[in-house]
Design a protein around this ligand. Structure first.
Ligand code: SAM
Length: 298
């Protein structure tokens, strides 16, 4: 797949097919061998793996993944890219391209079908992608929420995104970048930085730098939750008004008034004047579990 590894050749393909790059679909094509190799190495793809790719574009990552995996399924929303992908990936019998919206995909059904169509099965299911930046968080949250309970679900995500979003995902309490996205992703996954990527390696060049993260689904949750919906409601309320104290930002949750929130925070030993951005995952869990227990008793 040497032909896609430079900005000049990526442009040649675009010209050959008279393809119009769509900004609104977040199309910034990767044209650098090192970064492609970094992503594939970071994903740790084995010969027996099933790889699901979000937005294969012109197929640069898809081809590199197909060299390693048993099967690669790419989901691409732009129908104008489908004939290009047929051409650039023609030498790979182990690639399947679906023209559709990743956000609307039935991931469990897709994986089940892949197993049914493959007698040998797969060791692992791994997701990769140079994500369309306008929907980075919805894509990640869809995978985490849908796969958390899946038995043959996606085990890891190795994904490129804006560096600023990667920083938010990795952020620790007490920092400006720490927020609901950090807590949600860190609840489901362990997070590792694979690479920081300059905007120079894309066609067209985006305005900001990017980063590749490897998210590995946890086998066990890092905190015991009585109810994950209550946990995420607390996180959402806390960060919804991040400048407010916990006493104020949590008031109203589950119908609780200020006095009840004061009692709650006193009971669990969390200072009510703290803000959500200072709370560790386990502190959100303690608050959520208390609320869940209280509401059971009512
Ligand atoms: N993987 C290619 C690469 O690295 O060169 C393309 C990456 S580009 C940043 C994002 C790709 O996702 C584009 O091909 C775009 O058309 C596709 N895309 C955008 N929204 C999508 C969606 N909702 N579902 C599936 N693909 C989508």
């Amino acid at each position: 797949m040497d032909k896609l590894y430079s900005p000049a050749t990526a442009r040649q393909i675009i010209n050959k097919y008279g393809f119009h790059i769509s900004k609104s679909l977040g199309q910034n094509f990767l044209a650098d061998r090192n970064i492609v190799e970094n992503i594939v190495r970071g994903a740790n793809i084995g010969k027996e793996d099933l790889v699901i790719e979000v937005g294969p574009g012109m197929g640069v990552l898809t081809a590199a993944a197909a060299e390693q995996a048993r099967l690669v399924i790419g989901i691409e929303i732009d129908e104008n890219l489908i004939p290009i992908l047929k051409d650039t990936l023609k030498e790979y019998a182990n690639v399947r391209i679906i023209n559709g919206d990743f956000l609307k995909m039935d991931l469990e059904g897709l994986i089940r079908e892949a197993y049914e169509g493959n007698r040998e099965g797969f060791s692992d299911v791994k997701l990769i992608g140079n994500l369309p930046y306008y929907i980075t968080s919805p894509i990640i949250m869809k995978v985490l929420e849908e796969q958390a309970e899946g038995t043959q679900g996606i085990r890891s995500l190795t994904i490129m995104m804006q560096k600023e979003v990667a920083d938010r995902i990795r952020a620790v309490p007490g920092t400006k970048a720490y927020g609901a996205l950090s807590v949600a992703v860190q609840y489901y996954c362990t997070v590792n930085m694979v690479a920081v990527v300059s905007k120079e390696v894309f066609v067209p060049k985006p305005k900001v730098d990017s980063a590749v993260l490897h998210l590995s689904m946890r086998e066990e949750p890092p905190v015991e939750l009585l109810d994950s919906a209550t946990f995420f409601a607390v996180v959402k309320a806390g960060f919804g008004q991040r400048r407010k104290t916990l006493l104020n930002s949590l008031t109203g949750i589950n119908g609780m008034d200020k006095q009840q929130i004061q009692t709650l925070l006193d009971s669990v030993g969390i200072d009510p004047i703290r803000r959500a951005e200072t709370l560790e995952l386990k502190e959100f869990a303690v608050i959520a579990n208390y609320i869940k227990t209280e509401s059971k008793e009512v």
